[in-house]
Design a protein around this ligand. Structure first.
Ligand code: XIL
Length: 809
């Protein structure tokens, strides 16, 4: 009773407001102002590219509350669907007469307020004029009428109606084509023909199929999905799906909605929520209104999260003008403003979702750096279009501020996509890694990466080989001999006249291009193993490295008491370092020196991995250096006191940067193994009578900068058999087909030479199909090396029975 009185009182205020002019209009404004705060729905949604829409009531310009209606509509929405006045019975009063007058007013209102128009609808079984449905049509005649209708209507609004519901509600609940007026008279082809005619009439309009009860995955949406797959395959011009979304306050299965939208999105279709309302049975109390708000909230949220959803449109906006009470007797209050245009909880829920979504807008998110191997990293992030228009973005991977890679990504409005980069670091170190504008992540790259890319890497296995890819040529002259005495088995031996001249390793010209192996700007490191063989009676100094020619003087020399390293630049500043250190005959030593030209650097001397002296330098070269000579003076007349080095060298490396102390120790460790070569022996494995060993695979993985020489040898019944495998360089695998006669047992012996860390894997198979696997990890660099490693019992892979026996027979 009390409530009814209140409703009446409000109606009276409304009536006064409508009748009286100015001052009373304020009463309305105040009432709305109380409940609706800026920004509006469309303003909040604008940055997301999602349009918010409403169905415009019949002749809304003539409503008693037209001003209010229009003010709210214009403020809140940016896409408009005429609720009825583009249907056949409005546009087509007679077979030969089109009446666009009312429809035009909807379009004009939309245009005046920056809204798109969503035309509704070209082919539907309802609201057809009687002249159409009461005539007995031939197939062709009716098809002609439909074609003419679509061409006339779409053509009339060409460029002004952005989206057309071309076909409405053509499916029944179990997914068959509805036995509608159109289907009965035209058969199933009317659907695709309608799209084709519409496309021709306005190639720019978005053409959609619209229906109800297709929001979630069910028989009807499955059928529609199949229809769309077929249409897409056959090129029927359909652009999107309209999901009407006439639901109740109990909502729907949101997970299913999400999946359903996704599958249509995956077909490349645009998606529209076209006619949303959320009806409530009986009198809407606050609890129901809150439930209703939740339904609006969830649907909008899912729509925002699906970038292919182009608009969320409500079937009206005020409960005063809603189709629900007539069509669903006993239910109502389905829209977001009540009958007095007051915002309901649903309206605020929509605003909340929009604000929260926009507040979370970030162009880049979720940076992750994942290590794939010591040097190889995967850098992942998510990119997000935070603009209202489709975007083509060049996404950059930055390391220490430098762009090292980029990817072009196409993004729909609101779309979020993962990006991934692979990056292989060529040096160990600490780096700042980022994608886009994200705060960089610090990455420390372990491993022997400093060893990977010297510009000169000389070894002496079969002569003077340069294992770097710089193309530098080392020319031996004088008495030079490749000996058996190197750190890796073979080194190079000099007498006093021996020298190894590197073709301009510091500054090389090739084909008009400067090819720098050691930049005349930037840091460098020279590293080598040497074993002096001091000649009787000569005091030295003996030239180890030399590039001395005016104006630059560059030399490392040794005496029995120590070594000197000095260079000079074009400014006549010289940089000199003397390191006292007893250097005995016949002892291998590792030497590394660092320096820099043209930028600040550290002039340092490392002997046997220990930093022995260092100073900061800034040397400016006046020109290219002379060729680097190993073991002799470049120009003996310049410093006659120098004499040629007598002794051996091995593993000469020139790096175009300054290595860290750790890296220098890695360089050193990576060839300190020669005298430490190890042997792995598997246990003896028994074979069955008549069983033979069929194949043997040995896989050796070593540090990327290393090589390993492994000799693999198989013993049968205590006898070494002739098959031997030699693995060399890096990451090697050798497989042997073996046909080694019957035996009682076998074992595998591997001699490794030349690694600081390695993983060995053996796989053996026998004639009766048995397989054995062994693996072992060796890390000399970390001191866990021991020779004759007992690999323990192997585990047969198949069949499951174990078969090991102890000891040689
Ligand atoms: C409804 C209108 O809202 C009513 O005013 C009219 O009386 C009947 O049609 N699906 C549709 C819409 O595609 O065209 C319908 O609109 C609601 C259901």
């Amino acid at each position: 009773m009390h409530r009814r009185r209140l409703v009446v009182a409000l109606a009276v205020v409304a009536l006064f407001a409508g009748l009286w002019g100015g001052p009373k209009a304020t009463a309305w404004a105040q009432q709305e102002g109380d409940v609706v705060q800026e920004p509006s729905l469309r303003e909040l949604a604008a940055p997301t590219g999602l349009r918010i829409g409403f169905a415009s009531a019949n002749d809304f310009w003539a409503l008693p509350d037209a001003a209010t209606y229009q003010r709210l509509a214009a403020r809140e929405f940016d896409i408009l669907t005429p609720e009825n006045q583009m249907k056949w019975d409005s546009l087509r009063p007679a077979p030969d007469r089109f009446d666009f007058e009312a429809a035009e007013r909807h379009v004009a209102f939309a245009a005046a307020h920056g809204m798109q128009v969503h035309g509704h609808t070209l082919v539907w079984h309802n609201q057809l004029p009687a002249w159409l449905t009461t005539t007995r049509w031939t197939h062709d005649a009716l098809e002609g009428v439909l074609e003419e209708h679509i061409r006339r209507v779409v053509g009339h609004f060409r460029g002004r109606v952005a989206v057309w519901d071309v076909v409405n509600e053509a499916l029944d609940e179990d997914g068959r084509l509805r036995e509608s007026f159109w289907y009965v008279n035209l058969g199933p082809s009317y659907i695709e023909k309608a799209f084709t005619w519409a496309r021709e009439a306005d190639p720019d309009a978005i053409l959609i199929y619209n229906d109800y009860n297709i929001e979630v995955v069910n028989a009807k949406s499955d059928a529609l999905y199949e229809m769309m797959v077929d249409f897409k395959r056959r090129g029927v011009p359909v652009d999107g799906i309209g999901f009407q979304m006439h639901v109740t306050h109990q909502g729907l299965d949101y997970g299913s909605l999400r999946r359903n939208l996704q599958r249509f999105a995956d077909l490349g279709l645009s998606l529209y929520i076209t006619e949303m309302d959320v009806r409530i049975p009986g009198e809407p109390d606050m609890e129901r209104l809150l439930q209703q708000a939740e339904v609006y909230r969830r649907v909008l949220q899912i729509a925002l999260q699906q970038p292919r959803v182009a608009a969320v449109q409500f079937w009206g906006f005020t409960d005063r003008y809603s189709w629900v009470p007539q069509s669903f007797p006993g239910q109502g209050a389905a829209l977001v403003f009540d009958r007095a245009y007051r915002a309901k909880p649903a309206y605020y829920a929509l605003k909340e979702v929009l604000s929260a979504f926009v507040a979370a807008f970030k162009p880049y998110k979720d940076l992750q750096v994942v290590q794939r191997s010591p040097e190889r990293y995967e850098v992942r992030a998510r990119v997000h279009n935070t603009g209202a228009a489709p975007e083509v973005r060049d996404v950059a991977l930055r390391i220490d501020g430098q762009v090292v890679a980029s990817q072009r990504v196409d993004l729909l409005p609101r779309e979020e996509r993962p990006v991934a980069f692979e990056h292989t670091f060529d040096r160990r170190g600490t780096y700042w890694v980022t994608v886009g504008d994200l705060p960089a992540v610090e990455v420390t790259v372990p491993g022997r990466l400093g060893l990977l890319q010297p510009s000169v890497w000389l070894d002496f296995e079969d002569g003077v080989g340069n294992r770097s890819t710089s193309g530098i040529v080392a020319r031996p002259s004088g008495a030079v001999r490749i000996g058996e005495t190197g750190r890796i088995g073979q080194g190079i031996e000099f007498d006093r006249e021996g020298r190894l001249e590197l073709d301009d390793p510091l500054h090389r010209h090739s084909g008009g291009h400067e090819m720098l192996t050691l930049p005349t700007r930037g840091g460098f490191t020279l590293a080598l193993w040497f074993k002096p063989d001091f000649p009787e009676g000569a005091a030295g100094p003996f030239a180890l490295l030399d590039a001395s020619r005016n104006p630059i003087y560059f030399a490392v020399s040794i005496t029995r008491q120590g070594l000197s390293w000095y260079y000079e630049d074009g400014t006549d500043a010289d940089f000199q370092m003397d390191v006292p250190a007893p250097l005995d005959d016949g002892q291998w030593h590792h030497l590394a020196v660092t320096g820099a030209f043209g930028q600040p650097g550290v002039m340092a001397v490392y002997l046997d991995g220990e930093l022995r002296a260092a100073r900061d330098v800034v040397a400016s070269p006046a020109g290219p250096l002379s060729p680097l000579v190993i073991g002799h003076d470049a120009d003996p007349t310049y410093f006659p006191a120098h004499v040629g080095f007598v002794g051996s060298f091995d593993e000469v490396r020139v790096f175009p940067w300054i290595l860290t102390a750790d890296e220098i120790r890695e360089v050193m460790a990576s060839h300190a193994y020669a005298s430490q070569a190890g042997t792995h022996v598997t246990e003896w494995v028994s074979l069955e009578p008549g069983e033979t060993l069929r194949s043997l695979t040995v896989h050796a993985s070593v540090g990327a900068a290393e090589r390993v020489e492994a000799t693999v040898e198989t013993s049968l019944d205590g006898q070494s058999v002739s098959e031997r495998t030699t693995l060399t360089v890096g990451d090697g695998e050798a497989t042997h087909p073996l046909a080694l006669g019957p035996a009682r047992c076998f074992r595998i012996r591997t001699v490794l030479d030349g690694f600081s860390a390695a993983v060995l894997e053996y796989e053996a198979a026998s004639s009766s199909g048995r397989r054995w696997l062994w693996s072992t990890t060796e890390d000399w660099a970390r001191g866990s090396w021991s020779s004759n490693v007992d690999l323990g019992a192997p585990w047969p892979v198949e069949p499951a029975e174990t078969s090991t026996a102890a000891g040689p027979l």
